[in-house]
Each structure stands twice: as structure tokens, then as C-alpha cells.
Design a protein around this ligand. Sequence first.
Ligand code: SF4
Length: 535
Amino acid sequence: MNEDQHDHELIPISLVAHHAFCPRRAWLEAMGERTDTHQMAVGTAVHGASDNLAASRASTLRAVEVTSQTLGIVGRCDRLTISDSGAVTVVEHKATPVRRRPEVTEPMVVQVALQVFALRESGMDVHGGAVYFTEHEVTVPVPVGDREHRLALAHVDGVRAVLAAADAPPPLEDDPRCTRCSHADVCLPDERRLAPVRRRILVADPDSQVVHLVTPGSRAATRGGRLKVTQGDRELSSVPLERVEAIVVHGNVDLSSGLVRELLWRDLPIVWCSGSGRVIGWAASATRPNGWPRVRQHVESEKGLLSLARAFVTAKICNQATLLRRRGSASPVSDELRALQRRAAAAASLPELFGIEGDAAARYFAVFSSMLTQKVQDSGLCFTHRDRRPAADPVNAALNYAYGLLTADLIRAVIACGLDPHAGFLHSSKRNKPALALDLAEEFRAPIADSVVLGAFNNGELKASDFTMVSGAARLRQPARRALVEAYERRVNSTFQHPTFGYQVTWRRAMEIQARLVLGVLDGTQPGYRGVMTR
Ligand code: SF4
């Protein structure tokens, strides 16, 4: 084994401390799941201050790298204080939320004990450790004896076992640690049972947004920590970068290379769409998480996971039936769709499932126009059948555009949890399409995209005059594109009661949760997947 390989296998001491908090959190960290909660930001700021090497003095060393080849661990000490006699004390800096007590926890003991161990191995005369709580400005001594060393070594072994395991560790059950865990929004500890959630851990940043760049000829760049969109000398919009969740570029909009780099640095995806809503491509950070489950995704995609494909189609047909019942006057078709939904749930093969899905789509779109108001139908905006591309009429053009927006959103959700948009379970991975994003889109087509299009026509946001016909294809004019994007954003940012978990959630967050349920099936966290099925 060469030196590089050996270094590669060193385990970060911080990962061992995460294991002491919760083995699953160590797994999530090791898989590269990053979170951006206030708690993490405070921790980073605290370490930023202690990482200032220039502040080192003869009696105080800061940001000292430590390695133990014996244990195979590596880390960094925030501060070493050195007495006149040369005795060293390890001081770890921690931020503590103001109302909580400055209390040394087991993960802190493990972290300090491993730092002490590594320093002693390098020949330093280490007498003890301490934790300095920055909010309270209090230093609490940490005794490091045999008991602490045994505890720390057990957690080093624990991390190795977690990393060597085939599946992710299961989440903790009804454990108070989850309510203060910075990884709860990616872990979803309470959702794994696919049952109503009794407690709600609020973790997702409610203020972040997907930014759509829709003005042709505009340019987006980053300046002073903000995303700025300009056209000539005119500023069209300005958004703080920390509020951006992803960017969707529609048509002819320029992005500066500085902005692209900054977004990828922040792990924020960019999706490019054509003027008709077709997804052209996307860019994702090289450090996105879950590389190993992504490999398993490809293996399972190749083998086929009928249970996932069935769940996608079952939820799609269910939601078509629900939308018809809520908005249309076609109850016989709604009943027929319910029967097809039951058949889809029991389908024995992919070809059978495709047949059921096609049958359901034909019946659904045959009565789709019953969900348009009479006024809309009298205006010449009648819809007779579903045309993909090119769209023969305005309703089909609007549906294409809305499906493009939905696909872009699901590409973002799939990338956010580290999966590959291309490796699907219902849509073929051999067709050079974002198959997994299209799989997940199925259950959201009716409640999001179809609902947005129907609403936009019925309430007059879209009219016949908003479309042009070019070579027999209907196209949205620029104001109509903007109106549809706005209607889509209103919809995905609205909340609904999640049919499985029972809590209120935005449609956009629901998309990411569904992508994470697929991840859970792949990494062994949960036995099955259930689509969002509206009632
Ligand atoms: S949310 Fe709970 S189960 Fe998940 S990593 Fe955090 S502490 Fe562990």
C-alpha cells in the first residue's frame, strides 16, 4: 500500500464524534450529505476563528493537524495550550445555542480523547483536554483516562463497521437526538416507516427558492454574495445566494462563469430548458453526496425494481382519478382509473405495467377537457387528445411546458440526494433521458403540472392569444411563459397534507422527500417506496 492509499483510509476524528452521536449520522457524513442549518453555520464560524494560524503564540498553538497511524485517524485540534513546563492541553471549541448549558457530551469526549491519543503518539506531553464553549465563554475540563480511550476506540471500530456495511444504518426511533440533529432533513428518521409522523422535525429552509431565469437576452452573474440578473443597464432582480436552492434557465439567458462556479461550489444545481420547456441539460457539483448508493442505483436499474415502477404508476393513476373527481364531471372514467390503479399495484411485469399506464392515460386525456371551463372551451381552446412534441394546440403546448418545469424540479431533487437522474426503474435508462426524474414525475403530473395548466386557462392567466402557431406547432409567447412559471411556482410552494405522513408540506419539499425515499430503498434504509397518492 502506498502512502496515498494509506492517507485515503484515515478516518476523520470528526466522523468518529458523529458516530458517538448517532451511527447513521456518521454514515450520512461519510456519504457526503452536507447540511446548511444555522447550527452548522455557527459551528463553522466558531472554527473559522480558532483556525487562524496567525493567532498562534509560543504558549498557544491553533489549528494543529494531528494523525494517528496506529488508529488510522486524522483531525485538527482547535487550540493547544502549553504550560511553562511544556505540558500540553487540548482545547476543542464548541458553539452552544445560548439557552443550552455548556455541557460536555459523549461525542466531545470522544473527539478530545482521540486528539490526545494522536498527539501523544507524535511525542507530545499531553496532560489533558477541555472544551471551550464560545457562546458562554466557559472552559470545561475533559478528563482523558483509560475509560475515555476505550470509549473512543470503540467508536473508531464502530465507524469502520458502518463504512464496511452493505446498507446504511437504520435511523433512531423516537429518539430526542433527532430533534437537534443537523442531518434530520436528509435522514428523514420518522418517514422511513411510511406511516403517519407523530412529531414534526422542522429542518428544511423555508425561505430558499428555485430561481427561474426567463427573460430572453438577460444575463445572470454573482456580485457581493447575490445573484444579479440584468438586461443592458437595467437590474431585473437580485437574490442573496444563500436563499437560492437551484437555478432553472429558460431559453436564451447568459450565465457568467463566476456564477456557475459559485453555484457548483455551493452544491446548487443548474438546469437549462428550451423555450418550449424541454430540459436540455443540467450541471451538478462534483462533490454531490451518496456516490456509493448511486452505484447501487445503476446496478438495481439494470436488474429492474418492479416494486418501484409499480409504485410510480399506481400513484400516477390514483392522482389522475383524484384530479378528475375534483375538477371534472367524468365520474365513470374516474372509477375506471381506480380499477386500473388496483391492477397497476399488482402488475407482474413491466410490459403489463406499461399497458395499464397507457390505458389509463388514454382514458384520462379523453376527458381532460371536461376540467376546462365552458368559457375556455367556447374560446376555441378545446383539447381533444394529448400531443407531445410538437404540440398541436395551446393546451398541449402548456402541458409540455409544465411537464418540463416538473422534470427540471425533479432533476434538482434527484441531484440533491446524490442519485443519478439517468438511471430509472420505470423509464428505460437506455433512452438517454433523465429516467429517474421522469419516474418520479409520474405521481406529480396531475396534482402539479396538469393542475397548474388547468388553473391557468380556467382563471384567464393563459388565453388563446398567448400562443403562436409556428409550422403547425403551438408555442407560448414570452408573457405566457412567465405566467406559467409563476403559476407553477405558486403551486409547488403551496402546502398540502401529505397522504402518508399526515403533516403539511410544500409540493416542492414532497418531491425531495420522494427522491429520498427512493434513496432509502437503494441504501437499505427502508423496505419499500410509496408514491404520493392524493385523495
Ligand atoms: S436524524 Fe436521528 S437517526 Fe438521523 S442521523 Fe440524526 S440523530 Fe441519527
